[in-house]
Design a protein around this ligand. Structure first.
Ligand SMILES: [Fe+2]
Ligand SMILES: [Fe+2]
Length: 138
């Protein structure tokens, strides 16, 4: 069994069940992509996984941004910008991969891993004080 690119560890928790579950799913999708990359899967197969990753990422970002609106989160603009920059990069990469202009590499895999971990550990962490049990995230 190959080693996972990202392991879920408790320090990634932001103490909210729904958000933690979504972050775990994102980690799983990046790990799936890594497995397919190591197995030498074809670009069309890899871009299908990236498509799934992009779709899930967009829906996760929507959950966070809906919550930001509800609590008038002060850092909403900067946070949304990080989200949209990431989605744009992933979508551009997926398109290039599908047309074989680029190939998946360790650099890209490391970028995905580092972006997600840093975003959770630094940027998402900042909204923890705004989470309360009454706020139903959806
Ligand atoms: Fe976020
Ligand atoms: Fe997040």
């Amino acid at each position: 069994m190959t080693k996972k690119l990202i392991e879920w560890t408790d320090n990634l928790s932001i103490d909210n069940g729904l958000i933690d579950k979504q972050h775990q799913k994102l980690i799983e999708l990046i790990n799936n992509l890594y497995d397919a990359f190591l197995a030498g899967k074809a670009n069309d197969h890899l871009s299908e996984i990236i498509e799934e990753l992009a779709t899930y990422t967009v829906s996760h970002f929507k959950t966070e941004e809906t919550f930001f609106d509800k609590v008038n989160y002060p850092e909403i603009e900067d946070h949304k910008k990080e989200h949209s920059n990431f989605v744009e990069k992933v979508v551009v990469f997926k398109t290039k991969l599908a047309s074989c202009e680029v190939s998946l590499s360790y650099d890209i895999m490391n970028f995905l891993r580092d972006w997600l971990k840093t975003h959770i550990l630094v940027t998402d962490r900042k909204y923890i004080p705004f989470l309360s049990p009454e706020i139903l995230l959806q």
